[in-house]
Design a protein around this ligand. Structure first.
Ligand SMILES: [Mg+2]
Length: 218
């Protein structure tokens, strides 16, 4: 199924986009698994037992989340800082998602506010948007709160923040995400969700998680 922008924006005033997946493939050139391994190596110096427990984790956000469960605050900050730097480097070789520019400009032309809600760091997202000429179309970027990975999606914190910043009711927003955690965060915040199934098998997972609509392309 192809995404009809009119379907997305009907009756909505705020279009929310997850970053990695819907906007671009962040780790296309600097693989997430490599960043995860580098974080585990740093973690090994701080807390060898935790590093051992999560050494097979391929998602750098999950390494950060795992570290946060047992490390003191200053050490969580240092892992988050390392991840933020890696993301900032990764966006230089990120691959834009086909059709996303058209979806964003259609929404802006129709009078919608467009914002990003992501577990990635806001600095890396801002760098990507500027580099791809999308910074003016995007009203707000709500990224992972530094040093507080427990507030990442599926927690509704980021969605509640963007609703607050843009002065929008949950009913006035729709959120496009490619992960089950996006759909869960949307549900937790009372926001309609659209699943972007960019990989084999994702459509069913996103539908089962409760996405109002699942699309395979923009
Ligand atoms: Mg994503």
């Amino acid at each position: 199924m192809k995404l009809d922008p009119q379907t997305v924006i009907a009756g909505k005033s705020l279009l929310l986009l997850d970053f990695d997946g819907p906007v671009c493939s962040v780790f296309a050139g600097y693989p997430a698994s490599q960043i995860a391994a580098e974080l585990v190596e740093s973690l090994r110096e701080l807390a060898p037992q935790i590093a051992d427990a999560i050494k097979d984790e391929h998602d750098p956000m999950e390494v950060l989340r795992g570290a946060a469960n047992s490390l003191p605050r200053a050490q969580i900050d240092s892992i988050d800082e390392q991840l933020s730097l890696a993301e900032s480097l990764a966006v230089e070789s990120a691959e834009p998602t086909p059709g996303i520019g058209n979806l964003i400009s259609t929404a802006v032309t129709a009078g919608l506010t467009v914002a990003i809600v992501s577990n990635n760091s806001a600095g890396a997202i801002a760098k990507y948007l500027k580099c791809h000429g999308l910074d003016e179309a995007i009203e707000a970027i709500i990224g992972r709160p530094f040093g507080l990975p427990e507030r990442m999606k599926p927690d509704p914190y980021l969605l509640n923040e963007v609703l607050k910043v843009t002065g929008t009711d949950a009913q006035g927003a729709c959120f496009v995400g490619d992960s089950v955690t996006d759909i869960e965060a949307g549900k937790n915040a009372g926001v309609m969700t659209i699943g972007y199934a960019n990989k084999e098998g994702k459509a069913k997972r996103l539908k089962d998680a409760g996405a109002s609509l699942v699309v395979e392309s923009f």
